[in-house]
Design a protein around this ligand. Structure first.
Ligand code: HEC
Ligand code: HEC
Length: 442
C-alpha cells in the first residue's frame, strides 16, 4: 500500500469571508512588504563604500616575480559583465562620509627597519646600482628615473628586463611610504616586499639572490657600509631590501601649494584651483576614492579603463600577459581566454574584483603622465574628461560612483588646476658615483 502525505485542504480566496477591516490590514501589509523589498534592492545595487575585502595573503607579484601556482584558481574568467548604471546622481553620495584632504603626517617605518641617515645613503646607492639586475644593466632608477623628478617611466607601459616588456605603467615613487598596498593590483604589502619582487621579478630585475650577495661581497665600500648600518661581516640581500626601502621613505611631498593653503596661506593656490577643490569634494565626487592625506583610500575600484589596442598586436606584450596569468596560477580556462589585465582579481581570484585597481595618490600627479595602470590616458585633461563622461567600458563591473558628471568646460579646467596645486617641489636626485668592485679574499 503506497503512502500518501495528507495535504491540507486548499481554501480558495472566495471561500474566505473577507471583511473591510481584513482587507485594510492586507493592503497595509502588502505596502510594507513592497517598501522593504525595494529597500533591500537599493542596498544591493548601491553597496556601502570601502567594503572591498583586502587581499588576504597577496601573491608577491610586484614588478613581475613569479609566484608559486596556487591550489585554488587564482584568476577569474573574464565575464562580459554589464557596466553598472544603477546609481543616479541622487544616490546618497555625501562628501562628509569620506576622510577630508589634509597634509601628510610624518612618515613612519616598520619597527624592524628604523630610518637612519646612513641607511638612507646606502639605500640610495643600491637604488642606482645595476648590479642588482641579472644582466647588470638596469637598476630601479632605469624604470623610476630620479634625475628628472618623475620617478616613473614616461611611456604608457614600462619596458621590462632586457628581452621582455612590462604590461603596466611604471608607478611614481613619490610618497610610496604612505600606501598600505603596493602595485596597481595591491599585490605587495610593504615596500620591502615590493622591492624584492622588483629585483628578482622576471620582467624587472631578474636577479638571483645568491649571485647578488656574491657581487656585493666583492665591493669593499659596500662591505664596510653594510657592516656600519647592519653589523654584518658580509652584505645580506635582506638588508639591501631594508636599505633601499628606507631610501624611498624619504621621497615625500615637499612644499605643496595645496598643503600651504590648508595651513592657512589663502593665496597659495589660484581661484581656479579653489573652485576645483570645491568640485573635487562635491559635484565631481573624486573624494569618494581619492581622500585623506594621500588622496587615496588605499582601496580598489573599477573605473572602466580600457585595454590598450597594442596588446592584441605586439607579440612581446602578449608573452608578458600570458606569462602573468600562468605564473600567478590562473586556471586553464582563464589562461586560454584572458585578454585583459584582471587587476585585483589576479590577487584574490574573486570575479567581483575584475578590473579593480588600487586608487593612486594624486599628490605630485602632474609630474608623471601618462595616467592609469596602463597609461591609456595621456594628460590630466584627458583624465578629467574620462570621469566627466562616466568612466570607460573596461572589463568587470564599473563602480556605481563613476557616473557622468555634466561638468562644463570651465569646471573641468578648474579640476585640472586643483590637481596641479597638489604638486610641490620636484625631488630630483642625480646618479651618485657607485662604489667599484675590488677583489676581497675570503
Ligand atoms: C623594468 C622596470 C622596473 C624596474 C627595474 C623596477 N620597477 Fe618598480 N615598478 C615598475 C612597474 C611597471 C610598476 C607597476 C607594477 C605593477 O603594478 O605590477 C612598478 C611599481 C613599483 C612600486 C609600487 C609603487 C606603488 O605606488 O604601489 C615601487 C615601490 C617600486 N616599483 C619600486 C622599485 C624599486 C625600488 C626598484 C628597484 C629595486 C624597482 N621598482 C625596479 C617598473 C620597474
Ligand atoms: C570610484 C573611485 C574613484 C573615483 C570616484 C575617482 N577616482 Fe580617480 N582613480 C581611481 C582608480 C581606481 C584609479 C586607477 C584606475 C586604473 O589605473 O585603472 C584612478 C586614477 C586616477 C588618476 C590617474 C593617476 C595616475 O597616477 O595614473 C587621476 C588623475 C584621477 N584618478 C583623478 C580623479 C578625479 C579628478 C576624480 C573626480 C572627477 C576621480 N579621480 C574620481 C578611483 C577613483
Amino acid at each position: 500500500m503506497s503512502q500518501t502525505n495528507p495535504q491540507p485542504p486548499k481554501k480558495s480566496w472566495e471561500d474566505q469571508e473577507v471583511t473591510r477591516r481584513d482587507m485594510a490590514i492586507i493592503v497595509g501589509a502588502v505596502v510594507v512588504a513592497l517598501v522593504l523589498v525595494s529597500g533591500v534592492l537599493l542596498i544591493l545595487l548601491n553597496p556601502p563604500r570601502g567594503t572591498e575585502p583586502a587581499a588576504e595573503r597577496p601573491a608577491e607579484s610586484a614588478t613581475g616575480v613569479a609566484v608559486a601556482p596556487q591550489a585554488t584558481p587564482a584568476a577569474a574568467v573574464e565575464a562580459a559583465a554589464p557596466v553598472a548604471a544603477t546609481a543616479t546622481p541622487d544616490d546618497g553620495f555625501n562628501p562628509a562620509d569620506y576622510p577630508a584632504l589634509v597634509v601628510l603626517p610624518p612618515v613612519s617605518a616598520p619597527a624592524d627597519n628604523p630610518i637612519t641617515d646612513e641607511k638612507v645613503e646606502l639605500g640610495k646607492l643600491l637604488y642606482f646600482d645595476p648590479r642588482f639586475s641579472g644582466s647588470g644593466s638596469i637598476s630601479c632608477n632605469s624604470c623610476h628615473p630620479a634625475g628628472d623628478g618623475t620617478w616613473a617611466v614616461g611611456s604608457p607601459m614600462s619596458f621590462g628586463y632586457p628581452g621582455t616588456t612590462h604590461w603596466r605603467k611604471s608607478q611614481t615613487l613619490y610618497n610610496v611610504a604612505y600606501y598600505t598596498k603596493l602595485n596597481w593590483d595591491g599585490s605587495a604589502t610593504s615596500i620591502e616586499r615590493q622591492n624584492d619582487g622588483a629585483w628578482q621579478g622576471t620582467i624587472a630585475g631578474n636577479v638571483d639572490v645568491a649571485m647578488v650577495e656574491e657581487r656585493l661581497a666583492q665591493v669593499p665600500e659596500y662591505v664596510a657600509r653594510f657592516k656600519r648600518v647592519f653589523g654584518t661581516d658580509f652584505p645580506l640581500y635582506s638588508d639591501a631590501l631594508k636599505a633601499v626601502a628606507t631610501f624611498q621613505r624619504t621621497l615625500n611631498s615637499r612644499n605643496v601649494p595645496f598643503d600651504r593653503y590648508l595651513q592657512g596661506e589663502t593665496n597659495a593656490i589660484s581661484a581656479e584651483a579653489k573652485r576645483g577643490y570645491e568640485l573635487f569634494t562635491g559635484k565631481a565626487r573624486c573624494i569618494a576614492c581619492h581622500n585623506g592625506p594621500l588622496l587615496s583610500d588605499n582601496s580598489f575600484h573599477n573605473t572602466g579603463v580600457p585595454t590598450p589596442a597594442e596588446w592584441a598586436t605586439n607579440p612581446l606584450r602578449q608573452i608578458t600577459v600570458r606569462w602573468q596569468f600562468w605564473s600567478r596560477g590562473a586556471n586553464q580556462e582563464t589562461y586560454n581566454t584572458a585578454k585583459n589585465d584582471h587587476g585585483l582579481a589576479l590577487v584574490t581570484g574573486n570575479p567581483d574584483d575584475l578590473g579593480k585597481f588600487r586608487t593612486p595618490s594624486l599628490r605630485e600627479v602632474c609630474y608623471h603622465p601618462p595616467y592609469m595602470h596602463n597609461g591609456e590616458l595621456a594628460t590630466l585633461e584627458d583624465v578629467v574628461a574620462f570621469y566627466n563622461q562616466g568612466g570607460g567600458n573596461g572589463i568587470g563591473q564599473r563602480d556605481p560612483l563613476i557616473q557622468p558628471l555634466n561638468l562644463s568646460a570651465e569646471e573641468q579646467r578648474d579640476l585640472v588646476a586643483f590637481l596641479q596645486s597638489l604638486c610641490g617641489d620636484k625631488i630630483i636626485i642625480q646618479a651618485p658615483q657607485l662604489p667599484a668592485y675590488g677583489v676581497i679574499q675570503p
